[in-house]
Design a protein around this ligand. Structure first.
Ligand code: LLP
Length: 382
């Protein structure tokens, strides 16, 4: 079934984000159905979408919160996530952000360098606390995804490289206010070749064995997020392949008795429940191209401009018309402000209402006020 909106929303001024919370609930149920029986604990990566009604459903489904800034830690607390279900990751945590998270007594910091461990130790010591820490390793596993969203390769800025790990671990004995509780890795996003999670598991197995030899048995592992979604066929695949994802780790990751294993999924949780609604402002025929100019642009959804990402576009005003070829663009003063070139869409005209699908993750959160644009509204159904 393709996307539709309720008639009363036809009067809503565009552009706006439309969130289907009933679909979010179904997605969360499928996630937990795949995670829980296999003994995995799911966290949600807030960076994908931080809207409070969305977070409320995610929290109600029993997920924890993965945060990458002080603002996200605060948002998770505001949304009611228990501090011991909050993780703080990020390659550049400021002292103020660390202090705030320490004071809130969150479950764990994912530390990304030896220098960060020293800062955590000093700040925790000054507060008379101990910082629980998981070391984020850079496992040098290729996620086979877009280069801009690959994070687990040596060339990326993320994590502690395997070559540096022995020195970082050796440092721990001199850091009394830091307690090593786990290992963390995240290799990239929008991953559709799930075999890379087997590669990641094998790397983590080796590292755990090595750490055990150093006298560290870890109560906690965090294997990151990254499960991709089907941007091309949202209606056929509204629910991501959680079964495939968790069964990869179930099969390949060696878990120690009593060990907690976290995942931190963002996109797979929220992408399909969000749609950007926009109206066609103008049709413009240039020498070579028929443009459909929308009232939404890269300021509302930056992914196509930034990564060349595809988002399925539906003309809700003329769903079944004969198809023509259009470049669908926004109103922003940048040539990269485009939602797609040479798209085959039903005949389109000024005033048509257009749905840009799979926009719930990394859509609204990445919007900007460039060109002094007003922030698009969000409406929630379900
Ligand atoms: N954990 C860490 C440490 C991460 O860096 C990320 C995403 C996640 C979890 C969640 O990954 P997910 O399950 O959503 O793939 N703006 C880009 C995506 C950037 C992802 C950054 N890190 C996009 O629009 O495709």
């Amino acid at each position: 079934m393709s996307f539709s909106i309720s008639p009363e929303l036809l009067a809503q001024s565009t552009p706006f984000y439309h969130y289907d919370l009933a679909l979010l609930d179904r997605t969360l149920a499928a996630l937990q159905q795949a995670a829980k029986p296999r003994g995995f604990q799911a966290h949600y990566a807030l960076k994908a979408n931080v809207n409070l009604p969305v977070l409320a459903r995610i929290k109600a489904a029993g997920l924890g919160a993965d945060c990458v800034s002080g603002g996200e830690v605060q948002r998770a607390l505001d949304a009611g996530f228990a501090p011991d279900h909050i993780v703080f990751a990020g390659v550049g945590k400021s002292d103020a952000e660390i202090n705030r998270a320490l004071a809130a007594d969150i479950w764990c910091f994912n530390a990304e360098s030896g220098e960060e461990l020293q800062v955590l130790n000093a700040l925790a010591g000054a507060q008379g606390r101990t910082a629980r820490v998981a070391l984020r390793v850079n496992p040098n596993v290729d996620a086979h995804t877009h280069p801009h969203i690959t994070t687990g390769l040596e060339a990326n800025k993320f994590g502690i490289s395997l070559a540096d790990l022995p020195a970082v671990v050796a440092q721990l004995s001199s850091l009394p206010s830091v307690e090593l509780v786990g290992l963390h890795a995240h290799i990239g996003s929008q991953i559709t070749d799930l075999t890379v999670f087997a590669d990641l598991s094998h790397k983590l197995n080796e590292l755990q064995t090595w750490l055990a030899d150093q006298g560290y048995t870890l109560p906690h592992l965090n294997v990151g997020g990254g499960l991709g979604i089907d941007y091309h066929h949202p209606d056929e695949n509204l629910i991501p392949d959680f079964e495939g994802y968790f069964s990869m780790f179930e099969k390949h990751l060696v878990r120690r008795p009593g060990q907690q294993v976290h995942v931190e999924l963002g996109r797979a949780v929220v992408a399909q429940c969000g749609t950007l609604l926009s109206r066609v402002l103008y049709m413009k025929q240039s020498q070579q191209t028929q443009f459909a100019i929308l009232d939404a642009g890269m300021t509302e959804l930056m992914r196509p401009a930034l990564y060349g990402s595809y988002h399925h576009i539906q003309n809700l005003s003329n769903p079944d018309g004969d198809r023509y070829i259009y470049d669908v663009v926004g109103p922003i003063c940048e040539s990269s402000d485009s939602f797609g070139k040479e798209l085959a869409l039903p005949r389109t005209q000024r005033g048509d209402l257009v749905a840009i699908r799979s926009a719930g993750a990394y859509g609204e959160v990445m919007s900007s006020g460039y060109n002094l644009r007003e922030k698009a509204a969000a409406v929630y159904v379900g």
